[in-house]
Design a protein around this ligand. Structure first.
Ligand code: FAD
Length: 452
């Protein structure tokens, strides 16, 4: 049987673009790709990239204050959202163009429309065109989940926050995950009176407890009003904004309410179940380690598979799929010891097991340090850096490394190499410190803070 394409990819995000580019450009496959929104996907258009630019924007206020302590004669008149936003749009246009060029140069044919699956070898485009392919790759990512409640139609999500017409005076972020916490810091840094409601007892559930507490304390000290144990029951819109009634009976008024309460796979109406693809309870596509679904010609990578929802993971899954199916190199992505960062203020870099996870598996030694870093101490700030190594008492291997500090995301990328290589505490110790730096503290942790 002949097909129109060797591979048809649904979704032009991190995973889909990498798979298409490698299959066509490196392995010579005939590839088509459909994208219903903008090329680049969540990460580039409404995720990591615009978020990080907003993080940068939000940090300059504090940096300008500190600069005065360093002798700079500066006058900060406030933050201009409109000016920043114009630059942001321009940068996203540039990036989208770069993604399109990459695909074009690799010989991938793109379709700017929605696609659905008809059967194991056929997709339908929104304009009615039917396309056949030997292999279909589902790389449709996820979308924000907002629970239904009275007034939930008034909330925005991370999709809309990048398109605000003006900066609100007072904002509420609902959720305790990394996206919620990052945006609470971003808005706060931009001068917005920012509140964060989270129904649990501490934000950033799933991360190391001590780090979560450290981050929350600093966020509050910097002005974010974190209200744990609180959720919204009702939201009413009137001329003055949004009136939120919370589970504890309290009411407060906000200009915007953003929900960041999780994401769900984008599989609704995609036709996968009818084509025989096994789906999970959350609507995720069930795959094996090679990203193959229960239908042998259909594969899925990235957030839609609900494995680890991070861009570098989607990229590696897409690459491994293309190498396996079109490059004759059977290989999988690696989901172990994935370093990651939370771009809160203070920033958090983490790799490996939290203290709680490690303690549940065996005897550990925990090394910690907390100190005021030179740069902000000089400017009179009380901010403290926190670092932790979780070490196996038996093997001495560093099981987890957690850093709450300016640029922790940059630090953890490198510490992640050592941890991934199975470095022991003694390997850290025999590495000479880089002085003066913050990260030198990681190689000078002499005595365990506790043994459990
Ligand atoms: P996506 O990038 O979501 O791409 C899927 C694409 O498919 C989308 O463009 C969508 O329009 C398209 N699509 C969907 N259905 C169809 C259809 N039927 N037909 C055609 N096209 C379709 N990760 C990090 O690693 N670091 C971060 O700092 C980070 N920050 C984030 C911040 C936010 C606010 C969000 C929301 C996410 C963030 N992520 C971050 C997660 C990261 O964006 C995702 O893990 C990554 O984009 C997943 O890639 P993907 O290819 O699976 O899907």
């Amino acid at each position: 049987m002949t097909f129109d394409y060797d591979l048809f990819v649904i979704g032009g995000g991190s995973g889909g673009v990498r798979a298409a580019r490698v299959a066509a450009g490196d392995h010579g496959a005939k590839v088509g790709l459909a994208e219903e929104f903008r090329m680049g996907g969540t990460c580039v258009i409404r995720g990591c990239v615009p978020k990080k630019l907003m993080v940068f924007a939000s940090e300059y206020g504090g940096m300008a204050e500190d600069a005065q302590a360093y002798g700079w004669d500066l006058e900060v008149k406030g933050f201009d959202w409109t000016r920043f936003h114009a630059g942001l749009e321009k940068e996203l246009d540039r990036l989208e163009g770069a993604y399109r060029n990459t695909l074009r140069n690799a010989g991938v044919q793109t379709f700017d429309q929605r696609a659905t699956v008809v059967d194991p070898h056929t997709v339908a485009l929104a304009d009615g065109t039917r396309i056949t392919a030997k292999h279909i790759l589902i790389a449709v990512g996820g979308r924000p989940f907002v629970p239904e409640f009275e007034g939930s139609e008034h909330v925005i999500t991370s999709n809309e926050i990048f398109h605000m017409k003006a900066l609100p005076k007072k904002a509420l972020i609902v959720g305790g995950g990394y996206i919620a916490s990052e945006f609470a810091c971003i808005l706060n840094g931009m001068g917005v009176d920012t509140h964060q409601y989270y129904r649990g007892n501490q934000i950033l559930r799933g991360f190391d407890d001590e780090c979560r507490n450290h981050i929350a304390t600093h966020m509050q000290a910097h002005g974010v009003h974190i209200h744990t144990g609180r959720d919204i029951v009702r939201l009413e819109k009137d001329g003055e904004g949004l009136l939120a009634t919370a589970t504890d009976g309290s009411t407060d008024r906000f200009d915007i309410v953003m929900y960041a309460t999780g994401r769900v796979p984008n599989t609704e109406g995609l036709g996968l179940a009818d084509a025989g693809v096994k789906m999970g309870l959350k609507g995720e596509v069930v795959v094996d380690d090679y990203s193959q679904t229960s239908v042998p010609s259909i594969f899925a990578v990235g957030d839609v598979t609900d494995r680890i929802a991070l861009t570098p993971i989607a990229i590696r899954e897409g690459h491994a799929f293309a190498d396996t199916v079109f490059g004759g190199q059977k290989r999988t992505a690696d989901w172990e010891l994935v370093p990651s960062a939370v771009f809160t203020q203070p920033e958090f870099g983490t790799v490996g097991l939290s203290e709680e996870e490690a303690a549940a598996k065996g005897a550990i030694e925990v090394y910690t340090t907390a100190f005021r870093p030179m740069q902000t101490l000089f400017a009179g700030r009380q901010d403290r850096v926190f670092m932790k190594l979780v070490v196996s008492a038996q093997t001495r291997v560093v099981l987890g490394c957690h850093i709450v500090a300016p640029h922790a995301g940059e630090m953890i990328q490198l510490a992640g190499v050592a941890v991934k290589m199975g470095a022991t505490k003694e390997d850290f110790d025999r590495t000479v410190a880089v002085h003066p730096s913050m990260s030198e503290e990681l190689v000078t942790l002499r005595k365990p803070t506790r043994k459990t």
